[in-house]
Ligand binder design. Structure first.
Ligand SMILES: [Zn+2]
Length: 407
């Protein structure tokens, strides 16, 4: 118990034990499976304490022991593995301007079930909440009896006030000061209040924990959808800014005589590299922007207009590299389909505009989680209360999500 005490967490033994229980669960959740010996090493606690904590997680239905899969550590007996169990799950929502994805995600970050649907015309928040609930009903249908729903996380393409989930501004949804957490909570009943996060921040979180940025302390996740935003991790910590609104790189002033942006300004970066600009460059009709990824997959030689989008992407990334000195820049959303087509243009602009020292350290890459970075980030956000206090969170978890959603 000494290590948690040294960290200054917990004022008495019970607090320390609860904290340690959450920390063990966090390690198991992030690794999916690891040996008791590895857990002991990571936690800095003795073997019998770890065994007791693992036994408690087993009795809570959150972990199970399994035969060791890896090589022996040292000369002793092979250590038993600890695996995440499906006794607890979250609902993750990726709300995009042009589509909705809802997933049931188990401990260990396993997507157990998913459903997608269109976003109601006009982006009315109440109608969107109804669509989200419809998709949730689909993904909880075959949930294991007795499994506990421990949180709901939602990725939103906008600026979110963390304490109450108020969407301050989502220019491409046409939202200003929309209390979406409250609106969705009204429909979730016994499930409780959802947690909202900015889509790019969640993409960064997920890529950092499970994707292209594992073990990387400085990374930028660039989310290229209808709008463009960045989730930035600096020295292992999320860059927040004074109000939590940092990372709105899509609204960096880019071209002095550029196009009108949804935010009201002219010449923002996203007007040159967002979905609208990509669609225009390849002749994808505006009403088909939701299928832009498929359109891009059908392009084999980038036309000049698309290469210009690639140059604008590279020049903006060069600016971010100069300011933030990241190790990895992950290109998510439509940029994922764009990058292979304009890779050379991006690299050339980086070579011209990024300073040599930070440029030598940076890798521009595709997401390790494919198109699911934001979805996984929303799940991680929803798991946070369980990992902070497994016993406390399970005590108030929803055990019949289907009934709660149908009420
Ligand atoms: Zn703008």
């Amino acid at each position: 118990m000494a290590s948690a005490g040294r960290a200054g967490v917990g004022t008495n033994q019970e607090d320390v034990r609860r904290h340690n229980l959450g920390t063990v669960l966090g390690h198991v959740h992030r690794a999916g499976r690891l040996s008791r010996a590895e857990l002991t090493a990571r936690m800095g606690l003795n073997r019998s304490t770890i065994a007791g904590l693992v036994a408690e997680l087993e009795s809570l239905g959150l972990a199970e022991q399994a035969k060791p899969s890896g090589a022996r550590l040292g000369a002793g007996r092979p250590s038993v593995d600890v695996k995440a169990r499906t006794g607890a799950y979250v609902l993750a929502v990726d709300l995009r301007v042009d589509g909705l994805t809802v997933a049931r995600v188990g401990l260990g970050g396993v997507v157990q079930s998913r459903a997608t649907g269109p976003v109601p015309f006009g982006h009315d928040p109440v109608a969107i909440a109804s669509s989200v609930v419809e998709l949730m009903r689909l993904v909880v249908k075959d949930v294991e009896p007795g499994a506990a729903l421990v949180g709901v996380g939602v990725g939103v393409p906008g600026i979110i006030r963390a304490e109450d989930g108020l969407v301050r501004l989502a220019p491409n949804l046409g939202w200003r000061d929309v209390p979406f957490a409250e609106i969705l909570a009204d429909r979730l009943g016994a499930i409780g209040v959802p947690v909202l996060g900015n889509d790019a921040d969640l993409g960064a979180l997920a890529e950092h924990l499970r994707g292209a940025g594992v073990g990387v302390e400085d990374l930028i996740y660039l989310s290229g959808e209808v709008g463009v935003g960045a989730g930035v991790i600096v020295s292992g910590h999320k860059l927040e800014g004074a109000g939590g609104y940092a990372g709105e790189v899509g609204h960096m002033p880019f071209l002095p005589d550029g196009k009108l942006c949804h935010c009201g300004a002219y010449g923002c970066w996203e007007t040159e590299i967002g979905a609208g600009a990509i669609a225009l460059a390849i002749g994808c009709p505006p009403e088909r922007v939701g299928a832009l990824g498929e359109f891009l997959e059908g392009v084999h030689d980038a036309p000049p207009d698309l290469r210009l989008v690639g140059q604008h992407l590279g020049r903006g990334v060069a600016g971010l590299v100069n300011v933030l000195n990241p190790r990895v820049v992950v290109l998510g959303g439509y940029l994922r389909s764009l990058f292979p087509l304009v890779h050379e243009d991006v690299e050339r602009e980086l070579a011209v505009h990024a300073l040599t020292a930070p440029r030598e350290l940076v890798k521009v890459t595709l997401p390790g989680l494919g198109g699911d970075s934001v979805l996984h980030g929303a799940a991680e956000l929803a798991f946070e209360p369980l990992l902070a206090d497994p016993v406390g969170r399970l005590a108030t978890a929803c055990l019949d999500a289907d009934a709660a959603l149908s009420a």
